[in-house]
Design a protein around this ligand. Structure first.
Ligand code: ADP
Ligand code: MG
Length: 321
């Protein structure tokens, strides 16, 4: 396995000041709550769920952009969350991120040669001509032209900026890339191009990819394995064909039924089930889906369903399947 995530958890204390704490008690927002999954070498692992379900938090925990409340993240056997600083630096090379917003994630004062060149010198020790040549190769690889190296980010379109973001991630020489909604802020017309590029690069470079999106269709296009998240929990994990052809969890079924078109993140994310997506603040002990679930029974209120293998390689958290 390239990556094994175990019991990964992030709670935010949102109790507020001392007075509200005294009157209302501790309020914990359980953004990511004891989740686990594995990412095989050279495969794409898709993470899907409605806005606010904990996808980005999961990505930030794995890359140690934020500290975990609990859990382990094994990268090729070593627990990332407990690595000392020096080893963490080496690890940063191997685990790279592509962010949602290609406008915010590129420094407007840096020419592209610097954006892509920094990881080349930092992680690969390349300098001068060699660095420039490699940066040009990377630009070519993501469908841009080498002569664009001396331009600034504002001279590029959204789709081109995301290509630069991909080149920057590749420059480090990673084994695993985490792409968090990489096309959600792009025009619909360029989303497919960037998705095709990611798919091609993942295959050709034999990368492991964690691909995150709120859109099941988009995830289905890239992923080998899909995990469906809801309110901080994983509800179902299965090979992509199983998710689309034989989903078991009622939430996955609802996501499929709502059949969202490949659309922009700016559109309202429509909820596939009746009722609101609950904020997991001091959630009850049972299933998070229970208030909205079409097949709920009494014990769903009080007993949390664990992810269990119901079919080969197909794990589901639901008492009723
Ligand atoms: P997603 O990426 O799936 O849309 P996020 O991982 O960004 O969801 O957020 C999961 C939940 O955690 C949301 O309810 C969000 O409001 C909450 N959250 C994220 N960051 C913080 C924070 N720094 N403080 C408090 N709550 C947070
Ligand atoms: Mg997010």
């Amino acid at each position: 396995m390239m990556l094994e995530v175990k019991n990964l958890t992030k709670y935010y204390d949102i109790s507020g000041g001392l007075m509200s704490r005294l009157s209302a008690g501790l309020k914990l927002l359980k953004a990511v709550d004891h989740i686990g999954f594995s990412v095989p070498e050279g495969k794409t692992f898709g993470l899907v769920g409605e806005s606010g379900c904990g996808k980005s938090t999961t990505a930030r925990l794995i890359t140690r952009l934020i500290p975990a409340t609990e859990g382990e993240v094994f990268f090729q056997g070593r627990d990332i969350l407990r690595l000392p600083k020096r080893e963490m630096r080496e690890l940063r090379r191997h685990v790279q991120m592509i962010f949602q917003d290609p406008y915010a994630s590129l420094n407007p004062r840096m020419r592209i040669i610097e954006v892509v060149g920094r990881p080349l010198s930092h992680f690969q020790g390349l300098k001068g001509r060699k660095r420039r040549d490699r940066a040009a190769e990377l630009l070519d690889l993501v469908g841009l032209r080498p002569e664009q190296l001396d331009r600034y980010p504002h001279e590029f379109s959204g789709g081109q900026r995301q290509r630069i973001g991909i080149a920057r991630a590749l420059a480090a020489g990673p084994k695993l890339i985490i792409a968090d909604e990489p096309v959600s802020s792009l025009d619909v017309s360029v989303q497919a191009q960037v998705l095709n590029l990611l798919k091609k690069l993942q295959r050709e470079l034999k990368l492991s990819l964690i691909f995150i999106s709120h859109d099941l269709n988009v995830v289905g296009y890239l992923a080998d394995i899909v995990a469906v998240m809801y309110a901080g929990k994983i509800m179902e994990i299965a090979p992509v064909a199983q998710i689309f052809n034989a989903p078991l969890n009622p939430y996955t079924k609802a996501l499929l039924a709502s059949n969202p078109t490949v659309g922009s993140y700016m559109e309202t994310v429509r909820s596939p089930l009746k009722g609101e997506v609950p904020l997991p603040v001091n959630p009850p002990s049972g299933c998070r889906l229970e208030p909205r679930c079409p097949i709920r029974v009494d014990r769903c209120k009080t007993i949390e369903p664990m992810l269990e293998e119901k079919r080969t390689l197909h794990r589901v958290a639901c008492h009723e399947v």
